[in-house]
Design a protein around this ligand. Structure first.
Ligand code: SF4
Length: 638
């Protein structure tokens, strides 16, 4: 029978320079769907316990979704997976652009890259085969230069996925970039690629299409999904103004992280940082989208005049604006665009880069960063030139940049002097720019996220009650629409768990989380119709969501196997747990006691041990995950 996900694996060993075709076990596809799910199962099987994330034993996996390459709307996402260099735990990072579609058209459902090359190489995929070719020419180049160089050789339409100088230098928050401006950014997946001396993966243009099991039923399911997405409340604004549309609104709500989360409102004109103003300011050049998307939330911006004239890049997203704007005490948009462009070219995660710079700025503010560490720079909040120079130095690991390139947790441990207190990280990952003291669903989601305190594993937008779809969802999963209030503790476990399940299903199928866990118009039922018509399998809505839970439970098991200690690691940054921003007019620190209450809800719903936070053997058995039961609390089943 035809299917959109036959399970074709291309396995590459860079140490032995061998490439082979393999097939996924059918039971993995049945249990873990595809994309992130099958990627997590492959990671579990292929990475030996306690492997060095930057060593030969780590495995880099590229996993397009089950629906990627079909006409299903917003289905062009790909998950990259590895053991993470920032945390030492499970890492997945999602990316859009055209990578996933290119892989599927090239006949690859899962790309598994093992070993390390002895000199720089690129991988060229052609017709389902792979060739390892020298990359001495591109090694050292920026992302734009690399893409141009490889496109001149393999065709202007070739899909190039690569690292920049930051990945080559193993910066712990280096990104893998694709389609020039799209980043698999968080957790240091680019450093894993750099450690393998793999500069790029090139997929020359391919024709053809991705099969589906039942074409008429699939067309009907696609039409229903499109209708739902076109009609939802979020779509139009997301398309017109991008993810940074509401910076000024967040500022008014006192929810805009500012100066390293010391404040929750910024001085100056937040509207200038907001995506709503960019067309007026002549900065917005194009609205763009990932392959297969009907929302198209990405921007392409260029500065028309002034000291930053000519700076251009894809983005910036909200997170980047907060990281380099309010977070660094910078109130003009042009330097933010310059920092975004530099990060994209060097291959850096903008969230972590902004966070380590903010930490350095606060360390200077508090007088604990010694002069000899400052590279002669005036590292003060609001100094745009110092910020941009630090971005460059991090990417090339020069001077202070070499220390910051290790991430804020390690940098704070080196500098000491109490600077851990304002290192906005947990588990080794810098927190994304959500004011978790004012939104307890997010706080819980961030505390248990396997890759650290970050929004792109479990978005919980519904708890803000900002849209009809979000409020309806809260009513459907909790029974009470009045719980769509982010400061409430009640029902946060239910809200987080639903979003986790849905996010995992979305990543497994290649669906963008904006369509499923931000807009909420792509429901479980619409998704299972798409899945059934594409694959010929017919899980119920409940079974599909259960596959999501199986995926995230296995991810938890992977991290536990690699040393996660829930009592130490299911936490938020110290500042979030002990301080309140003076201008945060709602909320309070997420204290140990409050977090414990939230975690109790969550562990209970997952049927995990309430004291240890580990899945019980019976829980794993019920999810067909008994192969992972070595991570359970011994002798403590119920
Ligand atoms: S909504 Fe944005 S991130 Fe999602 S697929 Fe579309 S363009 Fe990409």
């Amino acid at each position: 029978m035809k299917t959109s996900y036959p399970g074709r694996v291309l396995a590459v060993d860079l140490s032995t320079r061998s490439v082979s075709k393999e097939a996924l076990p059918p039971s993995w596809i049945a249990d873990f769907l595809g994309g992130r799910g099958v990627g997590a199962r492959t990671l579990w099987e292929n990475v030996p316990p306690h492997a060095d994330p930057l060593g030969e034993d780590n495995v880099l996996i590229l996993a397009p979704g089950v629906l990627t390459g079909t006409s299903a709307p917003c289905s062009g996402r790909t998950t990259l997976l590895a053991k993470g260099p920032a945390t030492g735990h499970y890492l997945k990072s999602s990316v859009g652009g055209h990578l996933g579609i290119s892989l599927k058209l090239a006949g690859v459902d899962l790309l598994v890259i093992r070993g390390c090359a002895d000199r720089p190489v690129s991988l060229v995929l052609d017709g389902g085969d792979g060739r390892i070719v020298p990359a001495d020419t591109e090694w050292g180049m920026t992302v734009r230069e690399t893409t141009a160089s490889l496109r001149s050789r393999y065709g202007e339409d070739a899909e190039v996925t690569c690292i920049g100088p930051a990945g080559e230098r193993l910066v712990r928050f280096a990104a893998v970039m694709t389609s020039v401006y799209n980043a698999a950014a968080r957790g240091g997946i680019g450093a894993v690629m750099g450690s393998k001396r793999l500069k790029a993966i090139v997929v020359p243009p391919a024709r053809g299409s991705v099969d589906v099991a039942d074409a008429p039923a699939f067309r009907a399911a696609v039409q229903k999904a499109r209708d739902a997405l076109y009609n939802d409340t979020v779509a139009k604004d997301l398309h017109r103004f991008g993810t940074a549309r509401d910076v000024d609104l967040l500022n008014e709500l006192h929810l805009l992280p500012t100066r390293n989360f010391q404040h929750s409102t910024m001085e100056g004109d937040a509207y200038a940082l907001s995506g709503r103003s960019w067309a007026e300011l002549g900065l917005l050049k194009r609205i763009v989208g990932c392959g297969g998307c009907i929302y198209c939330c990405h921007r392409f911006t260029r500065v028309p005049s002034g000291p930053f004239a000519g700076v251009s890049s894809g983005g910036p997203e909200y997170e980047t604006v907060a990281a380099f704007g309010s977070g660094c005490g910078i109130t003009k948009i042009e330097p933010v665009l310059a920092a975004n462009s530099l990060c994209n070219d060097l291959g850096l995660d903008t969230i972590s880069t902004g966070s380590v710079i903010q930490w350095a700025m606060e360390s200077v503010q508090r007088g604990v960063l010694p002069d000899e560490r400052r590279d002669g720079l005036d590292i003060s909040f609001g100094n745009e030139q110092a910020m941009l120079e630090l971005v460059r130095r991090i990417g090339y690991r020069e001077g202070l940049g070499d220390l910051l390139a290790e991430g804020v947790a390690r940098a704070a441990d080196v500098i000491g002097a109490g600077s851990q207190a304002w290192a906005m990280q947990a588990r080794g990952l810098e927190q994304s720019n959500v004011e978790t003291r004012g939104s307890l669903g997010y706080a819980l989601a961030f505390a248990v996220n396997p890759r650290g305190p970050d929004h792109l594993h479990t978005e919980c937008l519904a708890e803000f009650g900002g849209t009809k779809e979000g409020i309806d969802l809260i009513e459907r999963i909790t029974g009470d629409r009045r719980l769509a209030v982010p400061s409430k503790e009640e029902a946060r476990g239910v809200i987080v768990r639903w979003h986790e399940d849905m996010y995992a299903v979305s990543d497994a199928l290649g669906l963008c989380a904006f369509a499923t866990t931000a807009a909420y118009s792509l429901t479980e039922s619409l998704i299972s119709h798409l899945y059934a018509a594409a694959t010929g399998r017919s899980p119920t809505d409940l079974e599909l969501m259960r596959a999501g839970r199986r995926i995230e439970t296995l991810e938890r098991c992977f991290s536990l196997r690699e040393g996660l200690l829930p009592e130490r690691d299911d936490r938020l940054p110290d500042r979030i747990m002990s301080e309140i921003a003076p201008d945060l007019d709602r909320g309070e620190p997420v204290s140990d006691r409050k977090l414990k209450r939230l975690l109790d809800q969550y562990y209970h719903l997952h049927a995990w041990d309430l004291h240890t936070g580990r899945p019980l053997a019976s829980t794993l058995s019920a999810l067909d995950l008994s192969f992972a039961e070595g991570v359970c609390t011994p002798g403590d089943d119920r």
